[in-house]
Unconditional design. Structure first.
Lengths: 178, 110
Protein backbone atom coordinates (compact mmCIF):
# COMPACT_ATOMS: atom_id res chain seq x y z
CA UNK A 1 0.00 0.00 0.00
CA UNK A 2 1.32 3.46 -0.95
CA UNK A 3 1.99 6.08 1.71
CA UNK A 4 -0.80 8.38 0.46
CA UNK A 5 -3.24 5.46 0.45
CA UNK A 6 -2.32 4.65 4.02
CA UNK A 7 -2.85 8.24 5.11
CA UNK A 8 -6.17 8.22 3.28
CA UNK A 9 -7.18 4.97 4.96
CA UNK A 10 -6.30 6.51 8.32
CA UNK A 11 -8.34 9.59 7.52
CA UNK A 12 -11.25 7.32 6.64
CA UNK A 13 -11.08 5.89 10.14
CA UNK A 14 -10.17 8.96 12.21
CA UNK A 15 -11.62 12.40 11.75
CA UNK A 16 -10.09 15.53 13.24
CA UNK A 17 -12.32 18.41 14.22
CA UNK A 18 -11.32 21.71 15.59
CA UNK A 19 -12.74 22.68 18.97
CA UNK A 20 -13.10 26.47 18.85
CA UNK A 21 -13.80 26.76 22.57
CA UNK A 22 -10.74 24.93 23.74
CA UNK A 23 -8.53 25.68 20.74
CA UNK A 24 -7.83 22.02 20.39
CA UNK A 25 -8.07 19.25 17.85
CA UNK A 26 -10.57 16.49 18.62
CA UNK A 27 -10.26 13.09 17.06
CA UNK A 28 -13.46 11.19 16.23
CA UNK A 29 -14.40 8.27 14.01
CA UNK A 30 -14.79 9.55 10.43
CA UNK A 31 -18.42 9.87 9.31
CA UNK A 32 -19.24 7.59 6.39
CA UNK A 33 -20.16 8.90 2.94
CA UNK A 34 -17.38 11.51 2.58
CA UNK A 35 -15.39 11.54 -0.65
CA UNK A 36 -11.59 11.79 -0.68
CA UNK A 37 -11.80 15.41 -1.85
CA UNK A 38 -14.25 16.30 0.92
CA UNK A 39 -11.95 14.72 3.47
CA UNK A 40 -8.98 16.63 2.06
CA UNK A 41 -10.98 19.85 2.20
CA UNK A 42 -12.00 19.15 5.77
CA UNK A 43 -8.45 18.59 6.93
CA UNK A 44 -7.33 21.80 5.17
CA UNK A 45 -10.08 23.72 7.01
CA UNK A 46 -9.01 22.28 10.33
CA UNK A 47 -5.44 23.33 9.61
CA UNK A 48 -6.58 26.84 8.62
CA UNK A 49 -8.68 27.17 11.80
CA UNK A 50 -5.71 26.07 13.82
CA UNK A 51 -3.54 28.72 12.18
CA UNK A 52 -6.21 31.41 12.66
CA UNK A 53 -6.50 30.57 16.36
CA UNK A 54 -2.78 30.71 16.66
CA UNK A 55 -2.81 34.20 15.17
CA UNK A 56 -5.71 35.58 17.23
CA UNK A 57 -5.07 33.91 20.57
CA UNK A 58 -2.32 34.78 22.95
CA UNK A 59 -1.02 31.28 22.78
CA UNK A 60 1.79 30.95 20.34
CA UNK A 61 0.99 28.18 17.96
CA UNK A 62 3.41 28.17 15.07
CA UNK A 63 1.89 26.91 11.83
CA UNK A 64 4.24 24.00 11.64
CA UNK A 65 3.11 22.68 15.04
CA UNK A 66 -0.30 21.59 13.88
CA UNK A 67 1.06 19.93 10.76
CA UNK A 68 3.78 18.26 12.73
CA UNK A 69 1.29 17.03 15.35
CA UNK A 70 -1.00 15.70 12.62
CA UNK A 71 1.89 14.04 10.81
CA UNK A 72 3.03 12.42 14.07
CA UNK A 73 -0.49 11.31 14.77
CA UNK A 74 -0.93 9.82 11.30
CA UNK A 75 2.50 8.20 11.51
CA UNK A 76 1.63 6.59 14.84
CA UNK A 77 -1.65 5.31 13.38
CA UNK A 78 0.21 3.97 10.35
CA UNK A 79 2.66 2.13 12.60
CA UNK A 80 -0.23 0.77 14.65
CA UNK A 81 -1.86 -0.45 11.41
CA UNK A 82 1.36 -2.10 10.29
CA UNK A 83 1.70 -3.87 13.60
CA UNK A 84 -1.93 -5.00 13.39
CA UNK A 85 -1.33 -6.28 9.83
CA UNK A 86 1.74 -8.19 10.97
CA UNK A 87 -0.11 -9.82 13.85
CA UNK A 88 -3.01 -10.70 11.51
CA UNK A 89 -0.75 -12.32 8.94
CA UNK A 90 1.37 -14.21 11.47
CA UNK A 91 0.31 -17.85 11.69
CA UNK A 92 -1.53 -18.57 14.90
CA UNK A 93 0.29 -21.38 16.63
CA UNK A 94 -1.82 -23.26 19.14
CA UNK A 95 -0.17 -23.93 22.50
CA UNK A 96 1.70 -27.21 22.36
CA UNK A 97 -0.26 -29.76 24.34
CA UNK A 98 1.44 -32.90 25.54
CA UNK A 99 0.12 -35.77 23.44
CA UNK A 100 -0.74 -39.05 25.11
CA UNK A 101 0.48 -42.31 23.52
CA UNK A 102 -1.40 -42.53 20.25
CA UNK A 103 -1.73 -46.33 20.13
CA UNK A 104 -3.37 -46.43 23.58
CA UNK A 105 -5.73 -43.62 22.61
CA UNK A 106 -6.61 -45.42 19.39
CA UNK A 107 -7.33 -48.65 21.27
CA UNK A 108 -9.79 -46.81 23.47
CA UNK A 109 -11.28 -45.13 20.41
CA UNK A 110 -12.13 -48.57 18.95
CA UNK A 111 -13.86 -49.87 22.06
CA UNK A 112 -15.89 -46.77 22.84
CA UNK A 113 -19.26 -45.86 21.44
CA UNK A 114 -19.30 -42.78 19.23
CA UNK A 115 -21.20 -40.63 21.75
CA UNK A 116 -18.85 -41.64 24.58
CA UNK A 117 -15.55 -40.97 22.79
CA UNK A 118 -15.27 -37.24 23.38
CA UNK A 119 -16.12 -37.52 27.07
CA UNK A 120 -13.85 -40.45 27.92
CA UNK A 121 -10.82 -39.58 25.76
CA UNK A 122 -11.16 -35.88 26.64
CA UNK A 123 -11.14 -36.70 30.36
CA UNK A 124 -8.04 -38.85 29.95
CA UNK A 125 -6.25 -36.18 27.88
CA UNK A 126 -7.09 -33.52 30.49
CA UNK A 127 -5.77 -35.63 33.37
CA UNK A 128 -2.77 -36.66 31.27
CA UNK A 129 -1.86 -32.98 30.68
CA UNK A 130 -1.99 -32.27 34.40
CA UNK A 131 0.19 -35.30 35.18
CA UNK A 132 2.77 -34.27 32.57
CA UNK A 133 3.05 -30.86 34.24
CA UNK A 134 3.30 -32.38 37.70
CA UNK A 135 5.34 -35.58 37.27
CA UNK A 136 6.68 -35.54 33.71
CA UNK A 137 5.83 -37.30 30.46
CA UNK A 138 7.11 -40.73 31.38
CA UNK A 139 4.96 -41.03 34.50
CA UNK A 140 1.95 -39.65 32.59
CA UNK A 141 2.48 -42.17 29.76
CA UNK A 142 2.50 -45.09 32.21
CA UNK A 143 -0.61 -43.72 33.90
CA UNK A 144 -2.33 -43.37 30.52
CA UNK A 145 -1.54 -46.97 29.51
CA UNK A 146 -2.80 -48.21 32.90
CA UNK A 147 -6.03 -46.28 32.46
CA UNK A 148 -6.58 -47.58 28.93
CA UNK A 149 -5.85 -51.24 29.67
CA UNK A 150 -7.82 -51.07 32.93
CA UNK A 151 -10.75 -49.56 31.04
CA UNK A 152 -10.86 -52.18 28.30
CA UNK A 153 -12.31 -54.98 30.41
CA UNK A 154 -15.38 -53.06 31.74
CA UNK A 155 -15.98 -51.56 28.30
CA UNK A 156 -15.70 -54.94 26.61
CA UNK A 157 -17.98 -56.53 29.21
CA UNK A 158 -20.56 -53.82 28.61
CA UNK A 159 -20.48 -54.45 24.84
CA UNK A 160 -20.77 -58.23 25.32
CA UNK A 161 -23.72 -57.79 27.69
CA UNK A 162 -25.46 -55.55 25.16
CA UNK A 163 -24.92 -58.01 22.32
CA UNK A 164 -25.97 -60.89 24.60
CA UNK A 165 -29.17 -59.08 25.57
CA UNK A 166 -29.98 -58.44 21.91
CA UNK A 167 -29.38 -62.07 20.97
CA UNK A 168 -31.56 -63.22 23.87
CA UNK A 169 -34.37 -60.88 22.80
CA UNK A 170 -34.06 -62.09 19.22
CA UNK A 171 -34.31 -65.70 20.32
CA UNK A 172 -37.46 -65.01 22.38
CA UNK A 173 -39.05 -63.12 19.51
CA UNK A 174 -38.29 -65.97 17.11
CA UNK A 175 -39.92 -68.45 19.52
CA UNK A 176 -42.99 -66.24 19.89
CA UNK A 177 -43.36 -65.86 16.12
CA UNK A 178 -42.96 -69.59 15.42
CA UNK B 1 -40.04 -43.53 26.07
CA UNK B 2 -38.97 -42.54 29.59
CA UNK B 3 -37.11 -45.15 31.53
CA UNK B 4 -38.45 -46.26 34.89
CA UNK B 5 -35.84 -45.66 37.56
CA UNK B 6 -34.52 -48.80 39.16
CA UNK B 7 -34.77 -49.05 42.96
CA UNK B 8 -31.63 -51.09 43.27
CA UNK B 9 -28.10 -49.74 43.11
CA UNK B 10 -24.77 -51.37 43.79
CA UNK B 11 -22.03 -50.08 46.07
CA UNK B 12 -19.99 -48.46 43.30
CA UNK B 13 -23.10 -46.94 41.74
CA UNK B 14 -23.98 -45.39 45.07
CA UNK B 15 -20.48 -43.94 45.42
CA UNK B 16 -20.67 -42.50 41.90
CA UNK B 17 -24.02 -40.90 42.66
CA UNK B 18 -22.62 -39.35 45.84
CA UNK B 19 -19.54 -38.10 43.95
CA UNK B 20 -21.76 -36.44 41.33
CA UNK B 21 -23.78 -34.86 44.12
CA UNK B 22 -20.62 -33.56 45.79
CA UNK B 23 -19.40 -31.86 42.60
CA UNK B 24 -22.56 -29.84 41.97
CA UNK B 25 -22.53 -28.13 38.57
CA UNK B 26 -18.95 -29.18 37.85
CA UNK B 27 -19.58 -32.92 37.75
CA UNK B 28 -17.85 -34.51 34.76
CA UNK B 29 -15.54 -37.49 34.30
CA UNK B 30 -12.34 -35.97 35.71
CA UNK B 31 -13.89 -34.36 38.80
CA UNK B 32 -16.07 -37.40 39.57
CA UNK B 33 -13.08 -39.76 39.28
CA UNK B 34 -10.90 -37.51 41.45
CA UNK B 35 -13.62 -37.23 44.10
CA UNK B 36 -14.04 -41.02 44.12
CA UNK B 37 -10.30 -41.68 44.35
CA UNK B 38 -9.93 -39.19 47.17
CA UNK B 39 -12.87 -40.58 49.13
CA UNK B 40 -12.22 -44.29 48.63
CA UNK B 41 -8.43 -44.17 48.45
CA UNK B 42 -8.40 -46.56 45.49
CA UNK B 43 -7.51 -46.16 41.84
CA UNK B 44 -10.46 -45.88 39.51
CA UNK B 45 -10.21 -46.36 35.77
CA UNK B 46 -12.13 -44.06 33.50
CA UNK B 47 -13.67 -47.06 31.71
CA UNK B 48 -15.24 -48.48 34.86
CA UNK B 49 -16.53 -45.02 35.78
CA UNK B 50 -18.13 -44.47 32.37
CA UNK B 51 -19.73 -47.93 32.24
CA UNK B 52 -21.25 -47.20 35.66
CA UNK B 53 -22.40 -43.76 34.53
CA UNK B 54 -23.94 -45.29 31.43
CA UNK B 55 -25.71 -47.91 33.59
CA UNK B 56 -27.01 -45.19 35.91
CA UNK B 57 -28.31 -43.29 32.90
CA UNK B 58 -30.04 -46.47 31.67
CA UNK B 59 -31.65 -46.79 35.09
CA UNK B 60 -32.92 -43.23 34.78
CA UNK B 61 -30.96 -41.95 37.76
CA UNK B 62 -28.63 -39.47 36.09
CA UNK B 63 -28.90 -37.10 33.17
CA UNK B 64 -26.02 -35.87 31.08
CA UNK B 65 -25.30 -33.14 28.58
CA UNK B 66 -22.35 -32.19 26.43
CA UNK B 67 -20.49 -28.98 27.29
CA UNK B 68 -18.13 -26.78 25.31
CA UNK B 69 -14.92 -28.24 23.86
CA UNK B 70 -11.77 -27.00 25.58
CA UNK B 71 -8.15 -26.79 24.42
CA UNK B 72 -6.77 -28.61 27.45
CA UNK B 73 -8.86 -31.64 26.38
CA UNK B 74 -7.51 -31.51 22.84
CA UNK B 75 -10.67 -29.84 21.57
CA UNK B 76 -12.99 -32.45 23.04
CA UNK B 77 -16.16 -31.59 24.88
CA UNK B 78 -16.93 -32.45 28.48
CA UNK B 79 -19.94 -34.60 29.37
CA UNK B 80 -21.55 -33.15 32.48
CA UNK B 81 -23.69 -35.22 34.83
CA UNK B 82 -26.50 -34.35 37.19
CA UNK B 83 -28.63 -36.46 39.51
CA UNK B 84 -32.32 -36.77 38.81
CA UNK B 85 -34.79 -36.29 41.63
CA UNK B 86 -35.38 -40.05 41.81
CA UNK B 87 -31.68 -40.65 42.42
CA UNK B 88 -31.66 -38.27 45.35
CA UNK B 89 -34.62 -39.96 47.01
CA UNK B 90 -33.07 -43.36 46.29
CA UNK B 91 -29.84 -42.26 47.98
CA UNK B 92 -31.80 -41.08 51.01
CA UNK B 93 -33.57 -44.44 51.14
CA UNK B 94 -30.28 -46.33 50.99
CA UNK B 95 -28.82 -44.21 53.79
CA UNK B 96 -31.90 -44.85 55.95
CA UNK B 97 -31.69 -48.59 55.32
CA UNK B 98 -28.05 -48.53 56.37
CA UNK B 99 -28.83 -46.64 59.55
CA UNK B 100 -31.66 -49.06 60.37
CA UNK B 101 -29.38 -52.04 59.84
CA UNK B 102 -26.63 -50.45 61.91
CA UNK B 103 -29.04 -49.77 64.75
CA UNK B 104 -29.93 -53.49 64.71
CA UNK B 105 -26.31 -54.30 65.24
CA UNK B 106 -26.84 -54.73 68.97
CA UNK B 107 -23.61 -56.59 69.56
CA UNK B 108 -21.67 -53.62 68.23
CA UNK B 109 -19.65 -55.67 65.81
CA UNK B 110 -18.40 -52.69 63.81
Amino acid sequence: MKESEKVNATRRRFFTEFDLHNNDAIIRPTPSGLTDDELDEHFKTVAALWNLTAKTSEVTLPQSDYHKAMEDFIESLRLADELADESDSAPITPPLLPRPPFNAEYLLHIFLKKNERDGVIGDLVESYGRLVCRFGKRYADIWFYKQVFGSLSPLLRQQILRIGALLWLGRILRRLIS
Amino acid sequence: MTKRPSNYIGEFEELVLLAILSQGDNAYGVTIREALEEATNRSITIGSLYTTLSRLADKGLVESWVGEPTSERGGRAKRHYKLKGTAQSLLREVQLSRQRLLSLNVAGGL
